[in-house]
Design a protein around this ligand. Structure first.
Ligand code: PBG
Length: 323
């Protein structure tokens, strides 16, 4: 038997670089951006170190920096004024709703230099904080909600989104949105479906970021963390309904789901390193318990290694050496 010595390929940095299977490519990273109504300078988020809520102007500047840095995309979220929230999330569809205005502002600034994505969901806009409208007994009404998503997607396309991203986990949301976009002349606007989105405790800091008012939970629409098979089923359904890309979310604790979906998906697979995943790395780094830069890099490499083609992360700019 030959003396097998795999360590030969680890001897020098150049050797390790030569044989590295996974690389972080800026073009495959997407930066989430929160845009808040009624502010004129960025506001820090205490639970997401280094991340801020942007004004309409600063969001456009940040998107331009992201494009300059070679990132693949930006994902926009809206934070409306508290008194503009209502049970139906009207501001999600309104032309002058904060997210639609932000899309317009970003598109005017960057054009087609970077892919502009929009979160297509009602939770930022409803006063009860759920991702859809409520029916009898306070349960989210699936079919009434997807009609609104279709209108929201059309408004976002009109405002300049290249990609709309339904994140509410309603059944048939992709079909409804595709139908709405096509009927309004937006056949070229794509859909990134949050296909396997789990009811996760790791969304905590995001809820602060968008000032979400939810009481209760989303367990009747988001997936149970115990279930892998269901994640794959949801991806299959979204692909069948015309999703141009599918997403797994969160990312780092769901690498098996990413691998499963990547194995069957004929379309690109995205993964969202969510607020809690990012905040934990930052918090431990601030205490000097881990090297946050190295941990961020390792976590994103792991998500790519599992099979993701695209990664959404709050660390996108730092990963490409900006900030
Ligand atoms: C829902 C939405 C959520 C996130 C993105 N889109 C929150 C939720 O489902 O409660 C979470 C993102 C993150 O935690 O970074 N529109």
């Amino acid at each position: 038997m030959t003396d097998l010595r795999p360590r030969r390929l680890r001897t020098t940095p150049a050797m390790r670089r030569l044989v590295a299977q996974t690389h972080i490519n800026p073009a495959n990273l997407v930066l989430p951006i929160f845009v808040q109504e009624g502010i004129d300078a960025p506001v820090d988020l205490s639970s997401l170190p280094g991340v801020q809520r942007q004004s309409l102007d600063s969001a456009a500047r940040l998107a331009a920096q992201a494009a300059q840095a070679g990132l693949g995309g930006v994902m926009l979220f809206g934070v409306p004024r508290e008194d503009k929230k209502d049970p139906w999330g009207t501001q999600a569809v309104a032309e002058d709703g904060i997210l639609n205005k932000a899309l317009e502002s970003v598109r005017a600034e960057v054009g087609n230099a970077i892919v502009i994505m929009a979160d297509t969901c009602l939770d930022e806009f409803t006063d009860h904080g759920h991702c859809g409208v409520l029916g009898a007994g306070g349960v989210v009404d699936n079919d009434a909600t997807i009609e609104i998503y279709a209108n929201q997607a059309v408004a976002q396309a009109r405002a300049g989104a290249h990609i709309v991203s339904p994140s509410g986990m309603m059944d048939n949301q992709v079909a409804a949105i595709r139908c709405g976009l096509d009927a309004h002349g937006f056949a070229d606007v794509g859909i990134l479906a949050y296909a396997a989105k789990y009811a996760s405790a790791f969304y905590g800091p995001f809820r602060e970021a968008v000032a979400c008012t939810l009481e209760g939970d989303r367990r009747t629409y988001q997936l149970d963390p115990a279930n892998a098979r269901e994640g794959r089923l949801e991806a299959e359904i979204d692909i069948a309904q015309g999703a141009d890309m599918v997403m797994v979310k969160p990312a780092g604790y769901y690498l098996d789901v990413i691998a499963d979906v990547a194995a069957i998906s004929p379309v690109p697979v995205a993964a969202y390193q969510v607020s809690g995943e990012y905040a934990m790395i930052k918090a431990a780094g601030e205490r000097g318990w881990i090297d946050a830069d190295a941990a961020l890099r390792e976590s994103v490499v792991s998500i790519l290694r599992a099979g993701a083609d695209i990664v959404l992360t709050y660390g996108a700019m730092e990963l490409v050496g900006e900030r």
